[in-house]
Design a protein around this ligand. Sequence first.
Ligand SMILES: Nc1ncnc2c1ncn2[C@@H]1O[C@H](COP(=O)(O)OP(=O)(O)O)[C@@H](O)[C@H]1O
Ligand SMILES: [Mg+2]
Length: 206
Amino acid sequence: MTAVVGPNGAGKSTLLKAIAGLIRPAAGRVLLNGSDVTGLAPEKLIREGIAYVPQAHNVFPTLTVRENLEVGGYTRAAGLRDRIEFITTMFPDLGAAMKRPARTLSGGQRNMLAMARGLMVDPAVLLLDEPSTGLSPRFIATVWEHIRAVCRSGVAVVVVEQNTRQTLAQAAWAYVMALGATRLAGPGPDLLRDEEVVDLYVGRLT
Ligand SMILES: Nc1ncnc2c1ncn2[C@@H]1O[C@H](COP(=O)(O)OP(=O)(O)O)[C@@H](O)[C@H]1O
Ligand SMILES: [Mg+2]
């Protein structure tokens, strides 16, 4: 799990969009398992194994949960049904809501559906933009449980978050961004021990 944290407007979402091929980077390269995939079209990058879950508007509200998952798996040649079954064992809440339109889900369930939809392609890397923003504490905990389960299943997760303390505590590696550039990088828990990081980006525990 790699985290990208930093204040609003730092460029975190822009970074994920550049990795996912939605915008062309002005500089730098995107490497996937050592090969250069910079500038490939988003649909090619999905086939290469990069799945991207946007920060907002990340499900199709009028489609059912199942239809959202089917759309997520559209590049699969076969095994759609099996994959949906596998995903619903990971996300039991979704399994119970397969026929419901996505707009009837709670915010937390919608974010879970967006993550599940991203996983439909069996990606090597899952890019998550603020999966827990705007959710109640109970749902935040559930979202993080699912993110950890995705990591354990062998998927590399890149997670952008503003909830810096919780995110850094769990990240094997983390980048702190500000004003469009990386300010600091290192193991998440180490950054949490860095006084500058805590003062500028995390805030002290009272
Ligand atoms: N490296 C960059 N250089 C110039 N502008 C950038 C860069 N990264 C982001 N921006 C601009 O900054 C604004 C905020 O970026 P965004 O990625 O939405 O921030 P965040 O997700 O961290 O809140 C956007 O208008 C974006 O186009
Ligand atoms: Mg953002």
